[in-house]
Ligand binder design. Structure first.
Ligand code: DGY
Length: 321
């Protein structure tokens, strides 16, 4: 019998990550990439000292309570950890880690794609070409919104938000941000700080969400706050769906209050509100902000670094509980 720690890996990971896992751990892999329901997750965790899950597995207080006693660490393959009840984990003495930094570039890239795709009507254009319904060109054909030089409001100038600001400066965008506190000038790089979100919204030609999903930010973008944006503003969410209220967002898109939205993060993924797909002014991606080969490897290695530290009796670098 191996004396390596047993790790339950809930989803199929990149080959290089699974290879490294196998060197130091007795890894219970998921080669079919099946999605484990709650009871199966708990059952499969029996005898494991650690779990390496993704945001697709939900560790509610109820699940944490039922996890076998021998499970000591949840080393997430994600920067977001809203799928884990951190307070319940702390109460149980369960260590929880995430994978920050390594996905900021990929997520910022996708954010720029959402911003531009929504502004330039990418979904409509692509559909026209693919369906062979593209018949003509005229000056009035498929006119969108220019991104260059516009005002971008960033809700949460953290790791991803800062990279988005850098990339957006390449489009001469003027950066505004709201966060818990004003950041040092070398981080702001000229971005304008707003202590109150409500004060920033009226200057956002584009609004991009980059804060964590917490009880405080859930439903933050509601009817009242969408109403504060300039008419025709473009809304982008590559963070978590919980931060916008679906009804409020859909209503703002239907009424023309919002010109368009680029969305990669939804409530109730993957069974999202069907109205998003019916709207012509949405540019929709299936939660792939960090989905590049380089970033997937880096996320896996970062999760393994956290496991390695934990099993070496050290403090994992990315401990969140
Ligand atoms: C993250 O890392 O939080 C991404 O959303 C993928 O889970």
């Amino acid at each position: 019998m191996s004396d390596k720690p047993v790790i339950l890996v809930t989803r199929k990971l990149p080959e290089a990550v699974e290879k490294r896992l196998g060197l130091d751990y007795d890894a219970r892999l998921n080669p079919d990439d099946a999605l484990y329901a709650k009871d199966e997750l708990i059952e499969r965790a029996k005898g494991a000292q650690g779990i390496l899950p993704c945001h697709t597995e939900h560790f509610s207080a109820d699940v944490i309570e039922q996890l076998p006693e021998e499970v000591k660490i949840i080393a997430n393959f994600s920067v977001g950890y809203d799928h884990v009840d951190v307070e319940a984990a702390k109460k149980r003495g369960l260590v929880v880690t995430n994978t920050p930094d390594v996905l900021s570039d990929a997520t910022a890239e996708l954010t720029m794609m959402l911003m531009i795709g929504a502004a330039r009507r990418a979904s409509e254009g692509e559909r026209l070409v693919r369906s062979r319904e593209w018949k003509d060109w005229s000056p009035a054909f498929m006119v969108g919104t220019q991104v260059t030089g516009k005002r971008l409001g960033i809700l949460g100038l953290g790791r991803v938000g800062q990279v988005v600001a850098k990339r957006a400066r390449g489009f001469n965008m003027e950066i505004h941000y709201h966060d818990f506190q004003k950041l040092p000038p070398e981080v702001e790089e000229g971005a304008v700080f707003y202590e109150n979100l409500e004060d920033m919204l009226p200057v956002c030609d584009f609004l991009s969400i980059h804060c964590n999903a917490t009880p405080e930010t859930t439903g933050l973008m509601n009817t009242e706050r969408f109403a504060l944006l300039p008419d025709g503003a473009i809304f982008v969410n590559a963070a978590r769906g919980a931060i916008h209220d679906d009804d409020a967002l859909i209503e703002a898109l239907q009424s023309g209050k919002l010109g368009a939205a680029g969305i990669d993060a939804y409530n109730n993924e993957p069974n999202i509100d069907p109205r998003f797909a019916e709207l012509p002014n949405t540019f929709l991606m299936p939660h792939i902000g960090s989905a590049t080969a380089e970033t997937r490897d880096a996320m896996g290695f970062r999760a393994l670094d956290n496991l390695d530290a934990f099993f070496a009796g050290k403090e994992p670098g990315d401990r969140v509980a």
